[in-house]
Ligand binder design. Structure first.
Ligand code: ZN
Length: 78
């Protein structure tokens, strides 16, 4: 079962948008894939990936295939 993060969190874009070369990470920082529009934690504890595979990771580290296709957002629990 796929967890839909948008049901649990509200996401707010970080302004100004961080450089793709230096994406921030943190417990309340999430990446929205602009290819498939799924949201993945920047520090995924469990195995996580977006639908198109641009974002994937586990164990606190996220691999980003194309950082220019990522929107950095802050997640707040609803
Ligand atoms: Zn994707």
């Amino acid at each position: 079962m796929k967890l839909d993060m948008r049901k649990i969190y509200n996401f707010y874009p970080i302004d100004p948008a961080p450089s793709p070369d230096d994406l921030p990470t943190g417990g309340d920082i999430y990446y929205e894939c602009q290819e498939c529009s799924e949201v993945v934690s920047s520090v995924p504890r469990i195995k996580s990936a977006c639908a198109c595979g641009n974002l994937s990771g586990h164990g606190g580290t996220l691999e980003v295939r194309d950082a220019t296709r990522v929107r950095v957002v802050r997640g707040k629990l609803k």
